[in-house]
Design a protein around this ligand. Structure first.
Ligand code: NDP
Length: 400
């Protein structure tokens, strides 16, 4: 029987736990651990009501390797699914190495005091995981995650050569709040306020934050303005997609959201360094997170859809081809199914499928892997089976 330890009990975790519990033949026993145990208990209760499955819950501060090692030893899982925050990635990877357990996450490691979005720290674990005969699967969410798989699938089946990739990400939903982020506010605001970057002809080029924009007609949503920004999956894709000349990432934002963001920046509330307040050290962005709605709480009133995919250009049989591979996901449907909004759902489902691929042996390898380094076929089949159906279309207009 496969036992898994899931760390973190936020919006994404709620989806992962529900989806794993619905497949007892793959995930025989689930232990859910997080900093605040009561949040694990709420998820466990919902899973029990829906599927009659018992989830064991534990308190864990995964900033401490010793605690994490002790918890892994107590339960001896086959795999640890890390859906806590990117700050915990390295501690959890260390704990997996010490206890001989495979590892999976959905976001790259971030140092608390610097916004980097780089894989270098986790890639440095390559030899250690290889030598231990263990696997670390990085970025098994939607973007990174499914977008990497779309590219791997295109490389395997749709193109002889891929020249350009534009990843386009639209949340066309409405949560009815003046300002809220769809996943962890600290990570989200760090990402969006960073300088834009894209990769072209072998080098990184940068732009001012959200300075480059254009309209795009998103299937299921309609025309929206999308902004060029940096996103972590580009770092591995530019190395693993052969013949690639350019890769960019675009995300949509509404005017209201951007106005709030501008004010937050102007006031310095997005700072991630410590400031002194009445003799106490506080990090403004951590404080802001306290004030903003919990992304999970948006789910009940969320309407509309997400529409995310990859516009890919290249050659097939000597001819120029442009394809769009994408998924559309409906906030209300995902709420009905697992009590989460679509941004958590589109991240949690691929985390479950990535874990399933490892546990069933299809992807069981030694070392540290990004998603596109693995065979996409079974994963893509499972996206269709487990709630994230995808489509491929000839795409008439290029992304300027
Ligand atoms: P949330 O903030 O909702 O949840 C994070 C959870 O981690 C909380 O339960 C939190 O506990 C727990 N946690 C934080 N620190 C620790 C710690 N030291 N020890 C144990 N548990 C801890 O985040 P999300 O669910 O929105 O996101 C989860 C992950 O998914 C993030 O890494 C995010 O970047 C990633 N993500 C990836 C996407 C993708 O497409 N690849 C898209 C969206 C998110 P507490 O409740 O006590 O704060």
């Amino acid at each position: 029987m496969n036992k898994v330890l899931i760390i973190g009990a936020g919006g994404v975790s709620n989806v992962v736990v529900h989806k794993c519990a619905a497949l007892p033949e793959v995930f025989g026993q689930i232990i859910l651990a997080s900093r605040t145990k009561s949040k694990c208990d709420i998820i466990a209760k919902s899973v029990n009501e829906k599927f009659g499955v018992e989830i064991l819950t534990e308190q864990l501060d995964a900033d401490q390797t010793a605690n994490t090692v002790a918890l892994i030893k107590k339960h001896s899982p086959k795999l640890v699914i890390n859906v806590a925050l990117p700050y915990q990635d390295l501690v959890i990877m260390d704990a997996c190495l010490e206890t001989g357990v495979d590892y999976l996450d959905t976001a790259n490691y971030e140092p608390k005091d610097e916004a980097k979005f780089e894989y270098k720290w986790q890639w440095a674990y390559q030899d250690k995981f290889k030598e231990a005969g263990l696997m670390a699967l990085l970025g098994s969410g939607f973007d990174p995650g499914v977008t990497n798989m779309f590219c791997a699938y295109a490389q395997k089946h749709l193109f002889d050569e891929i020249h350009t990739i534009d990843i386009v990400d639209c949340n066309g939903g409405d949560h009815g709040k003046a300002f809220a982020t769809n996943f962890n506010p600290e990570i989200n605001i760090r990402e969006i306020t960073a300088r834009g970057r894209y990769w072209e002809d072998g080098e990184w080029k940068s732009t001012d934050p959200l300075a480059v924009k254009q309209d795009f007609d998103f299937p299921g949503v309609g025309e929206r303005k999308m902004y060029l920004m940096y996103h972590e999956e580009m770092e591995s894709l530019c190395q693993n997609i052969k013949g690639l000349k350019r890769i960019r990432f675009w995300m949509t934002f509404g005017e209201e959201y951007l106005t709030h963001l501008r004010v937050i920046q102007n006031l310095g509330l997005n700072r991630i360094d410590e400031v002194d307040y009445k003799g106490q050290k506080i990090v403004p962005l951590e404080f802001l997170k306290r004030l903003l709605p919990d992304p999970g709480s948006l789910a009940a009133n969320y309407t509309g859809k997400t529409s995310i995919g990859c516009v890919i250009e290249g050659l097939k049989d000597g001819k120029k081809v442009r394809k769009f591979i994408y998924n559309i996901c409906d906030h209300q449907e995902t709420y009905k199914e697992v009590g989460s909004q679509a941004v958590s759902y589109t991240t949690g489902v691929p985390a479950m499928i990535g874990a399933k691929m490892i546990l069933e042996g299809h992807w069981k390898k030694e070392g540290v892997y990004n998603m596109e380094q693995l065979d996409p076929d079974l994963f893509m089949d499972d996206l269709n089976k487990y709630g994230l159906p995808w489509h491929v279309e000839e795409w008439s207009s290029s992304v300027e």
